[in-house]
Write a protein that binds this ligand. Structure first.
Ligand code: DGJ
Length: 729
């Protein structure tokens, strides 16, 4: 049991293994936020926790109590009206033109386990003893709308999930202009704000800044979670590090437009929030209809950022990702994109497959260019039938040849898009997102299909399934290469145009659910020009994501390190690519390229035919090393040891769940002349345990490895060293 209610005082206390989250109904009506942090085994004095002072220029909800203003009260779901000037979680418009929403506590129910979210991705439970859920109902008594706040507390992991449902119990339509998934008020604001920002080819770089007065906000208005800002942030003690300090993480399980941030108010309290972006959003709720907002996953750690990440990793690895590849080892793949781009034919691909097999690689992926007349990125998206000029035996024949070489076959799709130069577009010109009378703005010579329309979704399910069912395809790369512009849907009434971006996501999730569940044997990898949709929403359907189009190993140190703040390495596609690297021009040894890629779902993306014999030997040994490592890396606890954002070195390590297997990787970007002795201090080991390092006869205690460390000796730029360590006693 993880939820305790004091019915008399109306206190709701959610407990996870190490944390407490406490709410109380104040004044008999307002759902106030009391506390979130280290676990309290007894309810605190809520009068003390909710102490108020008379605040100038803040109006009072209780006419007889001039100290009572919602502008002061820490709240669970603020409306921004009713005396609170801070950022609201919900805003609505009613038939009479009024916009005041006032939410009064009505009741609660507790459920064992965690119900599914209709039409939306969410973390789940495998049995109902893993978590408990409380639904707290608030109501606007004047306009008769009901807001149900759902909280799930996991027993074993320090994670609390939140989602919100708005139900129109009135007899008139209501327009929702904003429905945030989670809003949490803090008594203070003495924190840093950490976000993951970037661009195409430079995803999820860590930025950390102190909170300041006003709103500090991240968002996406691109119709995708985006390369630019990930739907995640943390607020943390100013001195919090990887290993110590309080950290509060917020992550949205959603792949579209989001908004998240923190407002620091006039008395230095802060309000953190995350949800669907209210930019260009509104939703008409007819009588008795409901609107379900996506899920937010909130994690508290008192042991720094590292522990917060490990909680997210474990939860996402085991209770977000689904299907057979949640637990099965992911195959080592070779992808032809950076090897051939559009310039391939059946012989070339079959040749690559043979070569891949001889190197121990287990899967050959045919990327973009196999369909329609697609010899460049100017045409044919939407025409999902094979280009027989390039592949005379079709996908079926090619898959057979790849299988005959002894490996699996995988295929690329970009189903959400249409090229203006395509049969699909010529047949259905109104199936794309557009505004009549305005230019259909293109990006990479393509338009976005309007997935808010069910017939478009049906077409995608049919077209993709047709190909998948026609051959032995065991892996799919699902790409998406532009952001939405000039939003408009020919399928929606003019008053509902602002629903389009969210309806698109609902359509996409429906399509993914149908395709993925009807092809359980296929390993799906999502991609959006690399990591443009690396989010928990996509991971619910596809267990891995192509982390970035930037395959340069040094660049990947930053990207993979930043990505690991929230997402597990089992979600990250990571490939060894050619030198000079196609994105940066940098030249590096196969060693560091392999070592970086091994901290993810390992693969190769270069012309395998160009390897020298010596390189082939290195590749064979990398492949066999990864086959041995992946068993635990893909399910291990990750400890970040040195951050590339702090200097020339990066290091991380993985410890298996039984704590006996360890893999540590150290990377140095630039050569350092006369460096003295460099040591890598490990962490997370048993102090008095005995460990043996592969290639070294001696044994070391955990204490020695953590406090004295491993000696690193290297020479030259772009160096790496890995350590395979086993606990022997
Ligand atoms: C973008 C992806 O990120 C690349 O890996 C590749 O699949 C191209 N699209 C193909 O167009």
């Amino acid at each position: 049991m993880s939820i305790f209610v004091n019915d008399e005082e109306k206190i709701f206390h959610l407990q996870t293994k190490n944390t407490s989250y406490i709410m109380k109904v104040a004044k008999g009506k307002y759902l106030a936020h009391v506390y979130w942090g280290d676990r309290l085994n007894k309810n605190p004095d809520t009068d003390n926790a909710l102490l108020l002072r008379n605040l100038g220029f803040s109006a009072n909800t209780e006419l007889e109590d001039r100290s009572y203003s919602l502008d002061y009260v820490c709240q669970e779901y603020p409306t921004g009206c009713d005396t609170d000037f801070r950022i609201p979680a919900i805003s609505a418009e009613f038939k009479d033109g009024s916009r005041v929403v006032s939410l009064i506590y009505e009741g609660y129910e507790i459920l064992k386990g965690k119900p599914k979210l209709k039409g939306l991705p969410a973390v789940y439970v495998e049995n109902e003893n893993e978590a408990d859920t409380i639904n707290i109902t608030l109501r606007d008594n004047v306009k008769n709308i009901r807001v149900v706040l759902s909280y799930t507390a996991y027993n074993e992991w320090d994670a609390i999930t939140r989602s919100v449902k708005v139900i129109n119990d009135s007899s008139e339509e209501v327009i929702l202009n904003k429905v945030i998934s989670a809003s949490v008020d803090f008594e203070d604001s003495d924190y840093d704000f950490l976000e993951l920002s970037g661009a195409w080819g430079r995803e999820r770089h860590i930025e950390r800044t102190p909170l300041r007065s006003g709103v500090q906000q991240i968002e996406s208005r691109r119709g995708a979670s985006s390369h630019q800002l990930n739907p995640f942030f943390a607020i943390m003690d100013k001195d919090a590090s990887e290993t110590h300090g309080r950290v509060y993480g917020f992550n949205l399980v959603y792949s579209g437009n989001f908004v998240a941030g923190v407002e620091v108010d006039q008395i230095f309290k802060s309000r953190a929030y995350i949800g669907i972006n209210d930019y260009d959003f509104s939703w008409i709720l007819e009588p008795s209809e409901e609107f379900q907002a996506p899920e937010a996953v909130m994690v508290f750690s008192n042991e720094g950022l590292g522990e917060m990440s490990r909680i997210y990793h474990k939860l996402y690895r085991t209770r977000l990702v689904r299907g057979r590849y949640r637990d099965e080892a992911r195959p080592i793949l070779a992808n032809n994109w950076e090897a051939t781009y559009f310039d391939f034919d059946e012989e070339k691909i079959a040749g690559l497959a043979k070569e891949a097999a001889s190197l121990g690689i287990e899967l050959l992926v045919l990327d973009d260019g196999w369909f329609g007349r697609r010899n460049s990125d100017n045409c044919s998206l939407g025409d999902w039938y094979v280009n027989k000029d390039k592949l005379p035996s079709g996908i079926q024949g090619l898959a057979k040849r790849v299988n005959e070489a002894g490996i699996k076959f995988g295929l690329w799709f970009e189903p959400e898009m249409v090229s203006p130069d395509s049969d699909l577009y010529r047949e259905h010109p109104d199936w794309c997102i557009h505004v009549p009378g305005r230019t259909r703005t293109e990006c990479r010579a393509q338009l976005t299909l309007d997935l808010s329309r069910s017939e478009v979704c049906d077409y995608i399910v049919k077209a993709v399934s047709h190909v998948l069912d026609s051959a032995n395809i065991e892996y799919v790369k699902w790409d998406m290469n532009r952001h939405m512009t000039n939003l408009g849907s020919a399928g929606l009434d003019c008053r509902r145009q602002k629903e389009m971006a969210h309806r698109y996501m609902l359509g996409l999730y429906r399509v993914l659910e149908e395709i993925v569940s009807s092809h359980p044997h296929i390993l799906f990898e999502s991609c959006s020009g690399g990591g443009g949709r690396f989010d928990a929403g996509m991971l619910y359907y596809m267990p891995q994501t192509w982390t970035s189009d930037d395959t340069d190993a040094v660049e990947r140190l930053y990207i993979q390190y930043g990505t690991s703040i929230v997402y597990p390495v089992s979600a990250m596609g990571a490939h060894v690519s050619a030198v000079p690297n196609h994105q940066s021009g940098r030249v590096m040894d196969l060693k560091i390229r392999g070592d970086v890629a091994m901290s993810g779902n390992f693969g190769y993306e270069l012309d395998l035919m160009k390897f020298t014999d010596e390189e082939k030997e290195i590749v064979r040994s990398q492949v066999s090393q990864y086959k041995e490592l992946r068993k635990f890396i893909q399910s291990a606890d990750m400890y970040r040891l040195k951050s590339p954002f702090m200097g020339n070195e990066t290091a991380w390590m993985f410890i298996s769940q039984d704590k006996r297997d360890i893999f540590a990787a150290y990377f140095r970007i630039n050569a350092v002349v006369n460096p003295g002795i460099t040591r890598l201090k490990l962490t997370g080991l048993e102090k008095d345990g005995l460990y043996r390092i592969e290639g070294d006869e001696k044994t070391y205690t955990g204490g020695e490895l953590m406090n004295i460390g491993l000696v690193i000796d290297m020479w030259g730029d772009y160096q790496s060293k890995t350590f395979r360590i086993k606990r022997v006693m």
